[in-house]
Design a protein around this ligand. Structure first.
Ligand code: NAP
Length: 234
């Protein structure tokens, strides 16, 4: 198919696994990284999604090298966990800025060319936590729940132009984000999952690639849980 695909936060974890899947399909792939450039058969551009100017520059670089973005995977995300009473306003605002407003920035920029092309695919990476809530993650859960309303609004705005907008909601995944929690906490998460284990990044990438595929042409505004049964339909 060889589409132009842009994955934000593609330097590691779910984003890198997703980029590698699209590369294997023969697509022209660009990833953004914030701090450390990854290596692979893709274009890597620096972009802090909290900075509008970075987003503009990154899209311009991708367009010049590969062409207009046809598939956007908004994946960059952070956590700053803490119980509400101890959470600083900046811990709340900065997580919303990176996870939710960051998605707004990249989607707004990507839809410019998608609208002209009258086609496009947008996949937003949320979390089961956005649907179930999680003690100690009020900021993160709010940002991830916000992505659902955001995506569904875009799905309605852009449906008539054949642009689909969907959300993937992973459960716990084996990446730097969860490894930082430590083995004991990770095992406790795995024990809550009906499938009894945490996911590999590639298992999330598979769902993202599906939502960008021809087989998903009639799916928009959906939230696809990839959580081993943890959310049970939420
Ligand atoms: P990760 O390994 O920590 O990677 C995070 C990625 O986001 C990195 O590429 C990082 O870039 C990038 N990033 C962070 N802040 C950024 C910013 N301000 N601007 C641009 N890029 C930024 O995380 P992951 O586990 O793969 O998570 C990917 C997505 O899946 C996130 O949205 C996360 O919330 C979501 N998710 C993860 C899990 C899980 O269990 N791991 C579960 C559900 C949902 P650098 O490498 O340059 O810092």
């Amino acid at each position: 198919m060889s589409r132009v695909v842009l994955v934000t936060g593609g330097s590691r974890g779910i984003g890198l696994a997703t980029a590698q899947r699209f590369v294997a399909l023969g697509d022209k792939v660009a990833v953004t990284y914030n701090t450390t450039a990854p290596t692979g058969d893709f274009l890597a551009v620096q972009c802090d999604v909290t900075q509008e100017a970075d987003v503009e520059r990154a899209f311009a670089e991708v367009e010049q090298a590969l062409g207009p973005v046809e598939v956007l995977v908004s994946n960059a995300g952070i956590t700053k966990d803490g119980l509400l009473l101890r959470m600083k306003e900046d811990d709340f605002a900065s997580v919303i800025d990176a996870n939710l407003t960051g998605a707004f920035r990249v989607c707004k920029r990507a839809t410019q060319s998608m609208l002209r092309a009258r086609k496009g695919r947008i996949i937003l990476v949320s979390s089961v936590v956005g649907l179930l809530g999680q003690a100690g993650q009020a900021n993160y859960a709010a940002s991830k729940a916000g992505l659902v309303g955001f995506a569904r609004s875009l799905a309605r705005e852009f449906g008539s132009r054949s642009i689909t907008v969907n959300v993937v909601a992973p459960g716990p995944v084996d990446t730097d984000m969860t490894r930082s929690l430590g083995a004991e906490k990770l095992q406790a998460f795995a024990d809550l999952v009906p499938l009894g284990r945490i996911a590999s990044a590639d298992e999330i990438a598979g769902a993202i690639v599906f939502l960008a595929s021809q087989d998903a042409a009639y799916i928009t505004g959906a939230v696809l849980p990839v959580d081993g049964g943890l959310g049970m339909g939420h």
